[in-house]
Design a protein. Structure first.
Length: 186
């Protein structure tokens, strides 16, 4: 996918409603991508790639790719954090290369996840987002390993519920004892 010249769009919103089924997960380490330094930090375990999948009634219903950064990540704010569940993609988009490409890592993850769900498989050939796919390429190798487990029932079950709560808030006046918003209890 080429998103050059366009603003990136992504979400970390989990699927709305009830999600339940057999839960599968794989996580593996891979070295940081700093040019010329692979293998130079033996004490650094590298990045942690995570692939999670949920199947129900023989169908793949949820999939998420994620990456936890290495403890040696060059930006100290982003050492050992989830690239997916943090402000990492916003920071990544401040880089001119990413602005030119119009993409960030989270977009690349979501783009591949969508294809996997449509194909009902974690292995095969998938289109990648330009300029945001180095980590995704590594995650694809982990996903292919996990794909082999999906034919067997899992001993782990996932139960998840998400809903759009809008913007719950209340307004209090005069010490907070009076109810001003009839929809929300004090």
């Amino acid at each position: 996918m080429d998103n050059a010249g366009k603003k990136p769009v992504w979400s970390v919103q989990p699927p709305k409603g009830m999600l339940k089924g057999d839960y599968y997960r794989i996580e593996e380490r891979f070295p940081p991508y700093y040019p010329g330094v692979e293998g130079e930090f033996p004490a650094d375990p590298g990045h942690l790639g995570i692939v999670e999948a949920v199947k129900a009634d023989g169908k793949l219903i949820f999939l998420e790719l994620n990456e936890i950064t290495a403890p040696s990540y060059y930006n100290h704010l982003y050492q050992g954090i989830s690239k997916r569940r943090s402000s990492y993609s916003f920071w990544q988009y401040t880089k001119p290369r990413m602005q030119k490409a119009g993409s960030v890592l989270t977009m690349g993850m979501q783009y591949v996840e969508q294809q996997m769900l449509e194909k009902q498989s974690l292995s095969g050939d998938f289109d990648l987002v330009a300029s945001a796919s180095g980590s995704v390429k590594k995650l694809l190798t982990f996903a292919a390993k996990l794909d082999k487990e999906l034919d067997e029932p899992s001993s782990k079950k996932l139960y998840s519920y998400s809903e759009d709560y809008g913007w719950p808030h209340r307004l209090a006046e005069g010490g907070g004892g009076e109810r001003q918003d009839p929809l929300l209890p004090l």
